[in-house]
Design a protein around this ligand. Structure first.
Ligand code: CP
Ligand code: NVA
Length: 329
């Protein structure tokens, strides 16, 4: 999130509420089916190894809008959809009519006539909510300022592959209380993990998200804690993650953020001392020497490239499920 000295988000996030279609705007929209989605992603990987990927998106079109840069999300959606027999089309937001002022309402209605699902990386989470409100096909969050649920689906898949059953495990996140922190906070209780987050003062997660995470933790019998010291967050953790200190849209705060995050650089030495058995995650792109050292990110405990690959399998499972039965999971 933005520093509290600048513009903190005030809006209470909403869950998907599109009348005709089941959308995934945040982690909570996946909650009832998270286990099944992870199992389906694992099955797709196994089917691919056996040379028998189902063509479950045959005849389906997935339309994507990116208002911010992307490497992994865009390519993993495009390739994943094609591998399941469908087509994915990217609308460059700068050359589509959106950048000339066409409304989200009209865009949503029109695209719903062509495509079977819409994937949207939006500058503002409210824009994503608006698209889902007016679309008549499922809408998937490809990252907003508030959440990044597809990344967390891939991360939990990666954790399952490396750690097995996640119940009773501890996940630590060190860095900005941003979109990644939010989706981790909401997603950890759902898979039975405790979560500890360390952020510098002024860069805490959105209080509304934290409240929701605590309510989920109570329901699932897990723990949620926000602390200041990275060492306290990672102590004895099974997995440790971080993210950029300067998210897309925060560039104007670069100097002040680099100062505020001093002491939050994760290193192999730090993990060896406080979380010796932990694996290391990063959604990428990484800024080595800032949120984590190059050695940690490219060392033996790092699973960053598995995470990136798993974006594709996780999203293939998600879209297969959404498009099989778009009005009911
Ligand atoms: N992790 C992630 O979402 O990467 P991109 O910004 O490259 O899509
Ligand atoms: N927090 C980062 C994630 C990039 C995948 C951002 O929003 O820029």
């Amino acid at each position: 999130m933005s520093s509290k000295t600048t513009t903190a988000r005030k809006t209470t996030p909403k869950s998907a509420d599109a009348p005709g279609a089941r959308s995934v705007l945040g982690m909570r929209d996946m909650e009832p089916y998270l286990d099944q989605l992870l199992a389906e992603a694992q099955l797709l990987k196994a089917q691919n190894k056996a040379g028998a990927l189902p063509q479950s998106l045959s005849g389906k079109a997935v339309l994507m809008i990116y208002e911010k840069n992307s490497t992994r999300t865009r390519v993993s959606f495009e390739v994943g959809v094609q591998r399941l027999g469908g087509i994915a089309i990217n609308l460059d937001s700068q050359t589509s009519q959106l950048s000339r002022g066409e409304s989200i309402e009209d865009t949503a209605q029109v695209l719903s006539r062509y495509g079977h699902a819409l994937v949207y990386r939006a500058n503002r989470h409210e824009n994503l909510e608006a698209l889902a409100r007016y679309a008549t096909v499922p809408v998937v969050n490809a990252l907003t300022d508030l959440e990044h649920p597809c990344q967390i689906l891939a991360d939990w898949l990666t954790l399952r592959e490396h750690l097995g059953d996640l119940k009773g495990k501890t996940f630590a996140y060190v860095g900005d209380g941003n979109n990644m922190a939010h989706s981790y906070l909401l997603g950890a209780p759902m898979v039975g993990m405790d979560i500890r987050v360390a952020c510098p003062k002024g860069y805490d997660p959105d209080p509304a998200i934290l409240e929701q995470a605590k309510a989920l933790a109570e329901r699932y019998g897990t723990k949620v804690k926000v602390v200041r010291k990275p060492e306290e967050a990672i102590a004895g953790a099974d997995a440790v993650a971080t993210d950029t200190w300067i998210s897309m849209g925060d560039e104007a705060e670069t100097v002040q953020r680099q100062k505020a995050f001093t002491g939050y650089t994760l290193s192999e030495e730090m993990l060896a001392a406080h979380a010796p058995n932990a694996i290391f995650l990063h959604c990428l792109p990484g800024h080595w020497g800032e949120e984590a050292t190059y050695e940690l990110a490219h060392g033996s405990r790092s699973v960053i490239y598995d995470e990136a690959e798993n974006r594709m399998w996780a999203q293939m499972a998600l879209l297969s499920r959404l498009l099989k039965s778009p009005t009911a999971w």
